[in-house]
Design a protein around this ligand. Sequence first.
Ligand code: ADP
Ligand code: ZN
Ligand code: ZN
Length: 831
Amino acid sequence: MPTSSTRIAEKYAEVILPLPIAGTFTYGIPAEMAPLLQRGCRVLVQFGRRKYYTGIIADIHPHPPKDYEVKPLMALLDPQPVIRFPQLKFWEWISGYYLCSTGEVMKAALPAGLKVESETFVSLNEDFDKGDADMKFSETQAIIIMALTEKKRLRVSELEKATGIANLGHAINRLLEIGAIEIDERAVEHYRPHTETMVAVCAERNDNDTLHSFFDLVGRSARQERLLVAYLEMSGWMRADEPLRDVEKKRLIEATGSTPAIFKALTDKGILRTYKKTVNRFNTGTASVTAPAVLSPAQNKAFREIDSAFRSNATVLLHGITGSGKTEIYTHLIDRVLADGNQVLYLVPEISLTTQLTDRLRRVFGDRLLVYHSKFSDNERVDVWKRLLDSRQPLIVLGVRSSVFLPFHHLGLVIIDEEHEPSFKQYDPAPRYNARDAAIVLASMHGAKTLLGSATPSVETYYKALNGKYALVSLEERFEGATLPDVEIVDMRAQRKQRINRGILSGPLRLATEEALKEGRQAIMFQNRRGFAPVVVCRECGWTPKCVNCDVSLVYHKNIAQLRCHYCGHSAPLPAVCPACGQNSIDIYGYGTERIAEEMHEAFSDYRVARMDLDTTRNKEAFQEIIEEFSKKETDILVGTQMVSKGLDFERVKVVGVLNADTLLNFPDFRSTERAFNMLEQVAGRAGRRAEKGKVIIQTTAPESEVLGFVKRHDYKGFYEAEIADRQRYRYPPFTRVVNIYLKHKDAATVDSLAVSYTMALRRTFGQRVLGPEKPYVSRVSTWYLQSVMLKVESEASMTKVKALLREIYIGMASDPRMKQAMLYYDVDPV
Ligand code: ADP
Ligand code: ZN
Ligand code: ZN
């Protein structure tokens, strides 16, 4: 470990650390590290007294900081940058636009597994023409070439051993630059399925006292301390909000240049222990490749229109009704971009969609397809990252929002399917970015084109398309002449009066479902609420169970026999008697997906029911199983939350039931109409996607609602006209830009009064553009009380200027001692 006596080159590094603090941090560059260090490299640094972080080099310069002495960088973790141009610039854009620190962007951007050091293999580039380059090799370079000619492929460490020269980094970089050698950073043996010896520290995660005592125990031995520090770093110990990662003993020893004996000293002292674990293999299928499907005349026309629109406009909106075959058009575009040698990013809003699309795309693109989302293990995600980093090949990445952070090279096309989806927006934690909007910026940094696709474009996107900011291409027929389904609105009040229905199924929905099932077709039941029953109440005294941490009622989950908070995960048993009045009088009301699945079982006992929601899809295999079984018609009825509404393609679905549209219709914010229309039209779009017409039944107690009329007529334009007029009248996006500002504090009265004084300060600068403060819909989450203020700025206003003003106001507020225990954060373009 470099100490204060480490010789520092006259150079300094600006390091991005994964912290919510603005700006970069300056460190000294140890002399031996100087020639190897580049922007985008990962380094290990000490921050504070006992904290160590992986950081990213943002800049290297000769200016020592004026008012403090710098610490040296502790270690360079890779010989090559792990991010590539323009990723840093992209991080900075996100941090600037979404008002958060670059460190927070880094935290979201890098897969957790990138904390694990990889091994770097070096080999000769067979295609390299040595001809006239021979002359220019330095002595070290020539030795490297000789060693590689003999041994073919070596780890950097092996190469250093073989040549007897330490620190080959510089020479390797030179050879790489001129193309004489190739570097391959896949930690191959790490992914081989076998058991590995892993390391753990003998302390509880939150037991810092024991940990400190361990540092005292290793006290004088720098090599033991270094091993311990490296373990803590590699396992992600410091990042208390994330699960601990496995650390292989072998890699730990290698990475620190340690020895088994030093390691043994630590286990003997009871500081570290080992355990065995099976290591998963990264799945690289080499499926056969077939040509994309032949486009229908209508698809072909849209394809050509997109193509020519791209000549004059970098961003195109494809407005194609559900089932029109947008995916096939994307496939053709991707095929061409790959053939030109460029890469493609294909963004979808939901993991369930990657599951279905993986099969479709794998057939055409084979192993040029990479898939990236959070249900993959850390190792697998690092593998995708490294494959992109090391490769200049044309590859396509299919993924959810975090894929915008991957190290693309020559990105030629970004496809954002279901662009209207709110789940492209990250809520929490920062960066609160919208992957759709960020991807458009990313594309422009690469000089790439962006294709947005949707049957129900977001109001903002459609507005831009109508006003020439984006080009607009429409596709108004379903593939092979399938027609959009009939929509029937069922008035549940009338149903109840006539006592037609018992339970949640209305007469018409029961009938239609029965008929479809008898014909051998399938049904989807949509309910946007998971669990068994959302309302638990004592009929004698009115008691209802509340979360201890949040201002919400607990939802009853039957299979685990627990009450659950959907905000913080807190759970409690369902009491047998009312805890308030002591009587045996607890009732449950309302319907979550779990209960609906149960009722479907009872109502259609000859058929098989499956359920898809957060509770049944904890791992990626579960998604695949549910979707595959339904596709193969091994199940007949699929009950689900919004997961079933997003772009899935099942050919035998005839009936779609929306069990309770009311919850969608009564949301108190300016996007509620849009959200309701999109959700209903999308879920309706799952029905009748082939020859035979489908049927959609929407149950509601507000059948007169205007939105339902638009859905019934599949009238996107009608919906849009009404909505855009409202937005203009009340000055909402796209006519303004909204920033929601949240204040959090553990004390309700304090946050209320802070919010008032903060809002007053905001008004002094922004005047009428400030609305609030108000308590959000859920005003306490995970023991924090919340207040929010809405800022509406002119849509053409510069975010840099807004940011500067907000910063000033925040600094003014920070002098209030109560702010020490408070949190303030921004949500730009909330959805
Ligand atoms: P969208 O995404 O517009 O809702 P999809 O792309 O999922 O629609 O297409 C609906 C279905 O029609 C899919 O099963 C798809 O395979 C099929 N399909 C669409 N276009 C073609 C085509 N040109 N040739 C064969 N099948 C097609
Ligand atoms: Zn009671
Ligand atoms: Zn809670």
